[in-house]
Design a protein around this ligand. Structure first.
Ligand code: ADP
Ligand code: MG
Length: 258
């Protein structure tokens, strides 16, 4: 696993209802790599991301992360593994009655003992770090507001800071801009991209829009019907491939998913 932080081998996911969502996925991610995962809705993008941190249980295959086997990890091993993987969700998944700062500090929970965690006893340096992250994404005036007072774009910037507060090796972002307007989308994507690049964090970001994927990612992975049909440089992604990928679902490339 030279230089590689994640290696997914022969991953299969069959849901209980019988849907074969991932057929035979092989994917290796190097340290600091920024990868966009594209494909029409129902292709298996979310299933892939959620299998990596085991929010859903893979059916077959192996997932190595920093030389640990995720699919074999027990509860406490999984907790440790997940502390090195930040997740950003389409619908933010914030705790809305808590402050912006507390939401970001939740990213530190994986590093705390369970007693300190239950009582939210964060270290002063964690607080300073969280505030710094919030300032960096332009939320310095929102730090002590309740999360439900924020706009969608601001909520997602909090989601980005929470993931970064974990000090992750890998960020998994599942359609992070699908609920946002174009202006907020750009702010959020810039925040994810800049911070990942600065800190050498690898990122797998599911995106609906091919143009956004091409703008940010050097490497693009395209998924269709549970299979990776393209894995290469953004510049190598041809119009023919895009057409094949979205066959019959062309309108999706331009609309945001909801
Ligand atoms: N919890 C679930 N139970 C059963 N089938 C599911 C579940 N989640 C997703 N699927 C199915 O798995 C396939 C892939 O879905 P998903 O990973 O959400 O695709 P994408 O994120 O690319 O839109 C789809 O056919 C979807 O209907
Ligand atoms: Mg999805």
């Amino acid at each position: 696993m030279m230089n590689s932080i994640l290696k997914v081998t022969n991953l299969v996911k069959r849901y209980n209802g019988g849907t074969l969502a991932l057929k035979d996925i092989n994917l290796e991610v190097k340290k600091g790599e920024f990868i966009a995962v594209i494909g029409p809705s129902g292709a298996g993008k979310s299933t892939l991301l959620r299998s990596i941190n085991r929010l859903i249980e893979p059916t077959e295959g192996s997932i190595e992360f920093l030389d640990q086997r995720i699919e074999k990890a027990n509860k406490s091993e999984l907790r440790k593994i997940r502390s090195k993987m930040g997740m950003i969700f389409q619908h933010y998944n914030l705790i809305y009655r808590s402050s912006v700062l507390e939401n970001v500090l939740h990213g530190r929970l994986g590093y705390m003992g369970s007693v300190a965690g239950v009582f939210n006893r964060y270290k002063e340096e964690d607080k300073q770090e969280a505030i710094m992250l919030l300032e960096k994404v332009g939320l310095e005036a929102e730090i002590y507001k309740r999360a439900d007072e924020l706009s969608g774009g601001q909520k997602q910037r909090v989601g980005v800071c929470r993931a970064l507060a974990q000090n992750p090796e890998l960020i998994l972002a599942d359609e992070p801009i699908a609920s946002l307007d174009p202006k907020s989308s750009a702010v959020v994507m810039d925040a994810i991209y800049k911070n990942c690049k600065e800190q050498g964090i690898a990122c797998l970001v599911n995106l609906h829009q091919v143009d956004v994927a091409k703008r940010y990612a050097t490497r693009i992975v395209a998924v269709k019907a549970g299979t990776i049909v393209f894995d290469g440089q953004a510049s190598e992604l041809t119009e023919e491939m895009i057409e094949y990928l979205y066959e019959g679902k062309e309108q999706e490339m331009y609309e945001s998913a909801n």
